[in-house]
Design a protein around this ligand. Structure first.
Ligand code: MRU
Length: 350
């Protein structure tokens, strides 16, 4: 747990030879941890949203590979590298949209290919590097994004993009933390974020824990809020950014981007380069996860809809690059993103 000001929460930890996850399904009412010791349980925890948020999913999957390698090597020192492929596939199937998952698995796969002998310590060190690099990227994005917010103003965010959704500190919420610390933000509005309530349950909890005042609203109230003229920036994270800057993020982000443009509000996307997928030309190619209708039809296990009603539950949508004013990554800021500008920002490290 970090003692830094405005940064007191960690959702993913390697502790005592196991993966320790803060169970985000029961926050903010209960602070419970799950201790995970194998790759299949890691994948299940990602699917079930014990841990969620694109960068946090990537970090978790990297630790899942460490657990997989430990098991596979114990069973057969001769064939563990072939055997672990099944675990990598299980982890890759856990959620489809956040590209950080596939990015982290690929990085772990490349690392393990070169190992000889017991792989545990070396893979654990690589997973820890992925984790630490994510926190460092968030700190840098916090600085870069906060610099775009000049006058003391009100901002609106969506979903949860904070310490809970990342290795620590957060993407969009990292910018909000940094800008608040610098005195550039007077008020934070957070969409409650139906149906899973990441805003109401998680963003509000993080900001209250860090003593940053937060005001919740139903996302249906965002247009009315913007019409009143107070909001200067909408600041969101991303699950996958295509080569042209189109951005998949929590369902409702696309509506916010349209509303922001209509009302003259600036729209900022904050994500590490591990969220950028240069292999796809546009958002049309981003796989959108469709989750269980039960998340819409029930709340905390209780039915809320008329019996017999069906529900459609896409977890993400795509905000087109044309509606985005700034994409902030740890490598720099891309204003009014285009394919050429994104390629220049990604450079050779794409
Ligand atoms: O379904 P979730 O909760 O995993 O969705 C999370 C989001 O959409 C976040 O905005 C995104 O992952 C960026 S988190 C830094």
């Amino acid at each position: 747990m970090s003692n830094n000001h405005y940064d007191s929460i960690r959702a993913v930890e390697w502790h005592d030879g196991a993966l320790k996850l803060l169970d985000q399904r029961v926050l903010p009412h209960r602070r419970e941890y799950l201790v995970i010791e194998d790759a299949a349980s890691t994948a299940q925890a990602i699917t079930d949203m014990v841990v969620r948020g694109a960068p946090a999913i990537g970090v978790t999957a990297a630790y899942g590979v460490v657990l997989a390698a430990r098991d596979r090597y114990a069973r057969s020192a001769a064939t563990w590298k072939q055997d672990i492929e099944a675990d990598l596939e299980t982890l890759a199937r856990s959620r489809p949209t956040a590209v950080n998952l596939f990015w982290a698995l690929e990085r772990m796969r490349r690392h393990l290919a070169n190992l000889s002998g017991d792989p545990h310590q070396s893979l654990l060190a690589e997973a820890r590097r992925i984790h630490e690099e994510d926190i460092a990227a968030n700190r840098r994005m916090g600085m870069l994004g906060a610099a775009l917010i000049q006058d003391r103003c009100t901002v609106l965010t969506h979903c949860n993009t904070g310490s809970l959704a990342t290795g620590g500190y957060g993407t969009a919420l990292g910018v909000i933390r940094a800008a608040y610390a610098a005195g550039h933000i007077s008020q934070v509005f957070a969409d409650e974020t139906r149906p899973w309530l990441q805003g109401a349950r998680l963003t509000a909890w993080e900001l209250v824990e860090d003593r940053i005042p937060v005001t919740l609203l139903c996302e249906g109230a965002a247009a009315h809020l913007m019409k009143q003229g107070g909001v200067r920036w909408v600041i969101v994270g991303a699950d996958r950014i295509a080569a042209n800057g189109d951005t998949a993020n929590k369902i409702g982000t696309y509506s916010l981007a349209i509303l922001a443009r209509h009302h003259g509000v600036k729209f900022m996307v904050v994500a590490p380069t591990s969220t950028v997928d240069m292999t796809i030309a546009s958002g049309a190619d981003i796989p959108i996860e469709i989750r269980s209708p039960a998340e819409v039809l029930t709340h905390a296990g209780h039915p809320i809809a008329a019996e017999g009603a069906q529900a459609w539950n896409p977890a993400f949508d795509v905000a087109p690059a044309g509606l985005i004013d700034a994409i902030v990554t740890e490598r720099g800021v891309v204003l009014a993103p285009t394919t050429a500008k994104m390629a220049a920002m990604m450079g050779n490290g794409a």
